[in-house]
Write a protein that binds this ligand. Structure first.
Ligand code: NAP
Ligand code: ZN
Ligand code: ZN
Length: 352
């Protein structure tokens, strides 16, 4: 075992605080990574506070990791010391089920191993995430950060980027389509840019009128205030695809109503309690589809990173020291983040 240091929640109501723990000694196929930056995803908050009811404590969140390789095992072929690399939401999967074979490790039939809050394969040991100084990961779950991307701004792509890119590929967002993005937070600000790069006309649905200018700068042509029932009703049968990133339960019907015949709304937001059940007639009268999607596979994550580098897609970040994480969570709950907090891991030294 080797020593690691980070911030952890010890129970659902405890603030995150300094925490020393062990990481495994790198095995043959392992890459040891010195973490430079880690994005702050709303899922980190849901997990640290036990909102999904499945948290293993102590919990070290963080699955938007960018760092430099410090050591490699003898059998590692994809990476060498000093490479700039990323780790997203998964660090392992069974690798032989139908989903894994199709490159859909996130749907591994035995359950993938989460970067945090996941049992290591073949064991019961908890995994600890990126709010820490280093991580040891099998090379099959490590991504290359393309040269054109800023390392800190690349971190949120590892979850927010892939979670929005994957469904847009799956449901074939294409030039000229009307795409709606619900919620302008970490996921939403990626969704706007990716849909625009895919050639779609993008509309943001937001509860925050103050985000209008930012949405336009990110590439949205239109902004609809979702609390305005009249404005929502005018969107009837307009959209080919809507991606819903909202982290709280809400009425889905105004959005379903805004889909064209055969239109698709994909839920990626994962609130702690359910949305009210949608009206059946909104679905059946126009053969609309309500679907969900979970992050993306490893190869698809690399494809997304390369896509963002090619199209110059960047995340907008607010850099914070590790010590500000509890404050950052409170601000995230008030939708007061533009548009992703990223932790500068150098700051950890001040808590040792
Ligand atoms: P975030 O930065 O907090 O953004 C969520 C946005 O939702 C807010 O900025 C706000 O946008 C809107 N919103 C929040 N509360 C609302 C409410 N009560 N009613 C209506 N709108 C509300 O969160 P995030 O990191 O983007 O994550 C969003 C959700 O996706 C979380 O539940 C997270 O766990 C989940 N997630 C899922 C996956 C997956 O694989 N499916 C992956 C990552 C994250 P406006 O101010 O514009 O209204
Ligand atoms: Zn996430
Ligand atoms: Zn599998």
């Amino acid at each position: 075992m080797t020593k690691a240091f980070g911030f952890a929640a010890t129970d659902a109501s405890a603030p995150l605080a300094p925490f020393s723990f062990d990481r495994r000694e790198p095995r043959e196929k392992d890459v040891d990574i010195d973490i430079l930056f880690c994005g702050v995803c709303h899922s980190d908050l849901h997990t640290a506070r036990g909102e999904w009811g499945n948290t293993l404590y102590p919990s070290v969140p963080g699955h938007e990791i960018v760092g430099r390789v410090s050591r490699v095992g003898s059998g590692v072929s994809k990476f060498k010391v000093d490479d700039l690399v990323g780790v997203g939401c998964m660090v392992d999967s069974c690798r032989h089920c139908a989903s894994c074979k199709e490159g859909l490790e996130q749907y591994c039939e035995s359950g993938f191993t989460g970067t945090y809050n996941g049992h290591l394969f073949g064991g019961t040991e908890n995994t600890y995430g990126g709010y820490s100084d280093r991580i040891v990961v099998d090379e099959s779950f490590v991504l290359k950060i393309p040269a054109g991307l800023d390392p800190a701004a690349a971190a949120p792509l590892l979850c927010a980027g892939i979670t929005t890119y994957s469904p847009m590929r799956r449901w074939r967002v294409s030039p000229g389509q009307n795409v709606g993005v619900v919620g302008l937070g970490g996921l939403g600000h990626m969704a706007i840019q990716i849909a625009k790069a895919m050639g779609a006309h993008v509309t943001l649905f937001t509860t925050s009128p103050g985000k209008l200018d930012d949405a336009k700068k990110l590439g949205a042509e239109r902004v609809v205030i979702s609390k305005d029932a009249e404005a929502m009703a005018k969107e009837f049968a307009t959209f080919d695809f809507i991606i819903n990133t909202v982290a709280a339960p809400h009425d889905l019907d105004p959005y379903l109503n805004a889909l064209k015949r055969d239109g698709v709304m994909c839920l990626v937001g994962a609130p702690a309690s359910p949305h009210p059940a949608p009206g059946v007639f909104n679905l059946i009268l126009k053969r609309r589809q309500l679907v969900g999607s979970l992050i993306g596979g490893v190869d698809e994550t690399q494809e997304m990173l390369d896509f963002c580098a090619k199209y110059g897609i960047a995340t907008q970040i607010e850099m914070i020291p590790m010590q500000k994480i509890n404050e950052a969570y409170e601000r995230m709950l008030k939708s007061d983040v533009k548009y992703r907090f990223v932790i500068d891991m150098k700051s950890l030294k001040d808590s040792r």
